[in-house]
Write a protein that binds this ligand. Structure first.
Ligand code: HEM
Length: 508
């Protein structure tokens, strides 16, 4: 002991106390119950649709349980009430989302989705809200109606490629809200570029073994030199980063120029440029406005594709929805989202579309400090998996959850019920709640209502005239969507075709 200087001895004593405090804190409260897993690797969740297994575990271990994936302590929340209590009630702890390494390397952590700096996140979300709040959205109703009408026209021209036409719908609306940019024709180059960026975001954020990057699971790989085999993700990340910056910059500079020349359409950015200097940082404008299309594209496409699948598999639902539209709206105009209140059954179709195969079955957060939940310990920086799939497929709340049944929503008192209505929680909780929640609902409603008014969707037939029944099979990324399937999309009548043509002519 006499060999230790008082300084070193002091440091050791302090370290011992700190370790003790941490140890005592960690062991005083037990870890959450959950599957034991294997030594070192922990619990192996299936590569495909892990949320199904997560939901099965929740029946054994409860709505909040713990497991370890490799060395990462993980908490799975599968009930709406617990998610609200933790993510909203303790939002100062649970509002952080550490970016996946690939997203960070590609510079995608500077927008909203993977933002870790509180002040920047607040500014970015404020910027998005300036175009996406229900009141602001009213100004974009004509844009949504126009995108839906153009989609109907595409379906008349080329019904077989219905899945690829869907892509243009959210992009057209998002570009108008963010930049006041109106898509030029079918092959607008800016649209294909932003479509590509949305794909990059989706790929960089994926944690699945098949679709994601290994570096997301082993961030340490990012420190290895680029010449080592298997490091090609670094080149991909640099390429994406450059492409993202260039496309975002082009959008921002275009609006700035239009504002200077006094020809800018109303948009999130044109309004921001009108605010006093210093209100918005240039970087927030550059990086956050595009989250309108990077966040809004694949999610909306997924929901509309699910609607097509549901109509193919549940023809009786389509008949009932069409009867309602014929009765309430009649044959002389297309429905709009202003009709939502009076189209109760169609609103049920929207709710079931979001519930049956929700576009984001699982999201994640990372607590910024240690916490205790119902007597169990939750470690700082652990991964919190928000199991939306489990919440929306809960058979105690939704009997026969795998069935598409808009009848669940005929009882209007359930609309807006915070524990039951999917529109109340499938868009997330607390400070990281989806900023596009209202736009998504209004746009998806407008699209499905106008399709139901003018088209019949039914099973396609093979060469021998046998009906092809698609399987409800989904992709496995962080945003899921139906695996491409065939269906027959036909106008309901000549009058329906004329109605669409008339609506298209009124646009141009
Ligand atoms: C049916 C369509 C949609 C669904 C189901 C959906 C769902 C979600 C969910 C579950 C989250 C995570 C929330 C959380 O962590 O609590 C989220 C985040 C987000 N969504 Fe959506 N979304 C949809 C459409 C949109 C649209 C149209 C936009 C933009 C116009 C958008 C932009 C975003 C952004 C930027 C975030 C990140 C927010 C943050 O981290 O603070 N989403 N969305």
């Amino acid at each position: 002991m006499d060999l230790l200087s008082p300084g070193i001895a002091g440091c050791l004593a302090l370290a011992t106390v700190l370790l003790y405090v941490r140890f005592v804190r960690r062991t005083r409260e037990p870890p959450l119950p959950g599957p034991k897993g294997y030594p070192l690797i922990g619990t192996i969740l299936p590569r495909e649709s892990p949320w199904v297994k997560m939901t099965e575990y929740s029946k054994i271990y409860g709505p909040v349980y713990g497991l370890r994936i490799l060395s990462t302590p993980t908490v799975v929340i599968s009930s709406v009430q617990a998610a609200r209590e933790i993510l909203k009630g303790r939002s100062s702890i649970y509002s952080n989302r550490i970016p996946p390494k690939m997203a960070e390397l590609s510079g995608m952590d500077e927008g909203v989705l993977f933002q870790t700096h509180t002040a920047r996140l607040r500014q970015g979300r404020k910027l998005l809200a300036s175009g996406l709040n229900p009141r602001e959205l009213e100004a974009y109703e004509p844009t949504m109606n126009e995108a839906a009408t153009r989609f109907l026209a595409d379906l008349i021209q080329d019904p077989e490629n219905f899945l690829s036409h869907i892509h243009k719908v959210p992009t057209a609306v998002a570009l108008d809200i963010a930049y006041g940019y109106i898509i030029k024709g079918h092959d607008d180059p800016y649209v294909s570029r932003v479509g590509m960026l949305a794909k990059y975001f989706e790929k960089a954020a994926a944690f699945s073994i098949d679709e994601g990057y290994t570096v997301n699971w082993f961030p340490i790989l990012s420190y290895l030199p680029s010449f080592i085999p298997g490091m090609s993700f670094k080149t991909t990340a640099s390429k994406w980063k450059a492409e993202i910056s260039e496309t975002f910059r082009e959008g921002l500079d275009r609006v700035r120029d239009e504002v200077r020349r006094g020809i800018a359409r109303q948009s999130v950015l044109s309004r921001a440029f009108g605010d006093d200097d210093g209100v918005w940082s240039e970087d927030v404008l550059l990086r956050c406005a595009p989250q309108l299309f990077t966040g809004g594209s694949d999610t909306t496409i997924s929901a509309v594709s699910t609607f097509f699948l549901a109509m193919t598999l549940y023809p009786e639902v389509q008949v009932k929805a069409q009867e309602e539209i014929d009765r309430v709206i009649g044959p002389d105009r297309l429905p709009t989202c202003a009709d939502r209140e009076s189209l109760l059954y169609v609103s049920g179709v929207l709710r079931e579309t979001i519930r049956w195969h929700t576009p984001i079955p699982c999201a994640y957060r990372n607590p910024v400090k240690d916490d205790v939940y119902e007597g169990f310990f939750i470690e700082k920086d652990s991964t919190i998996l928000v199991n939306f799939w489990g919440m929306l497929q809960n058979d105690e709340v939704y009997p026969e959850p795998d069935k598409f049944k808009p009848e669940r929503w005929v009882d209007k008192s359930l609309h807006g019920d915070k524990d039951v209505d999917p529109l109340e929680f499938a868009f997330g909780f607390g400070r990281r709640l989806c900023p596009g929640k209202y736009m998504a609902q209004e746009l998806v409603f407008t699209v499905i209502a106008t399709i139901l008014a003018t088209f019949n969707i039914c099973k396609a037939k093979d060469a021998d005239e046998n009906e092809i029944t698609p399987i409800a099979e989904y992709t496995h990324g962080s945003i899921i969507g139906p695996v491409p399937f065939k269906c027959d999309v036909k106008p309901r009548s000549k009058q329906a075709v004329m109605l669409v043509e008339h609506a298209v002519n009124a646009l141009s």
